[in-house]
Ligand binder design. Structure first.
Ligand code: NAP
Length: 247
């Protein structure tokens, strides 16, 4: 088991990629905390993990709120005694062309995707610094390179890359690595909500000619959270079937 007795907190763990990471980490022996805004999806994931002989708890948090985030970290440390791995996965979209985008659409997406990742990484630093050990994996996107109709999402995901690189520098002295996964087009509820024409266009741009699966993204999370990745920090890995290569 590659994560035996490691405590792993996964934000947005009740759906899509986060749920796949929670299941995978539990199978690798991690003590999992599934964080989400509402318990519905997370409860199902926790039941599945328990049925497979793993251990998982739910913690409620809206990652936009510093109070929620601080309470979430305290709860995980109280329940499990420490915190080894933070998966900053919670994310949202609210697409529009820049000319039509409202201030609310901008603020909402940047608050969840970028501010949320910052708040969680900041709060997780407290226990990780004390134990002189930590793994943080942030979530960017291939869209960090730019995409029509996603100015808020693209800017937030480009910001996550800057956040990752800076945190990697600041946290290295505490033996905490900080890396970032930039998924392409992954088959989750977020992607299912896309317009069919936009989906078809996105598929055309993928050299491997298919969507990725949440489990494939979870495999990379597992590697970056494991001992095998101990000397990797500040890196951004595109997991996109080749979509970000060339023109
Ligand atoms: P998803 O199925 O929609 O899951 C996102 C999760 O984040 C949901 O559980 C959602 O909860 C939660 N969440 C939303 N707002 C939150 C908040 N304020 N506080 C805490 N949790 C919150 O999406 P996904 O596709 O698995 O995406 C996971 C991550 O990968 C996101 O960061 C996304 O941007 C990124 N990503 C996805 C793709 C893709 O093609 N799927 C591509 C590139 C990057 P609710 O369901 O209750 O809203």
């Amino acid at each position: 088991m590659r994560l035996k007795d490691k405590v792993a907190l996964i934000t947005g763990g009740g759906s899509g990629i986060g749920a796949a990471v929670a299941r995978r980490f539990a199978r690798e022996g991690a003590l999992v905390a599934v964080a989400d805004v509402v318990p519905q999806g997370a409860e199902g994931v926790i039941k599945e993990i328990a049925a497979g002989g793993g251990k998982a708890i739910f913690t409620q948090a809206d990652v936009r709120k510093a109070g929620d985030v601080s309470g979430m970290i305290d709860y995980v440390v109280k329940e499990y005694g420490h915190l080894d791995i933070l998966i900053n996965n919670a994310g949202v979209t609210k697409d529009n062309l820049c000319a039509r985008m409202s201030e609310e659409e901008w603020d909402f997406v940047v608050a969840v995707n970028l501010k949320g990742s910052f708040l969680c990484a900041q709060a997780a630093y407290r226990p990780m610094r004390k134990q002189k050990y930590g793994r943080i994996v942030n979530t960017s996107s291939v869209v960090s390179r730019g995409n029509m109709g996603q100015v808020n999402y693209s800017a937030s995901k480009a910001g996550v890359i800057g956040l990752t690189r800076t945190l990697a520098l600041e946290y290295a002295r505490s033996n905490i690595t900080v890396n970032c996964i930039a998924p392409g087009f992954i088959d989750t509820p977020m992607a299912a909500a896309m317009d069919d024409k936009v989906k078809a266009l996105a598929l055309e741009r993928i050299p491997l000619s298919r969507m990725g699966t949440p489990e494939e993204v979870a495999n990379l999370h597992l590697f970056l959270a494991s001992e095998e990745a101990a000397y990797i920090t500040g890196q951004v890995i595109f997991l996109d079937g080749g979509a970000s290569i060339g023109i």
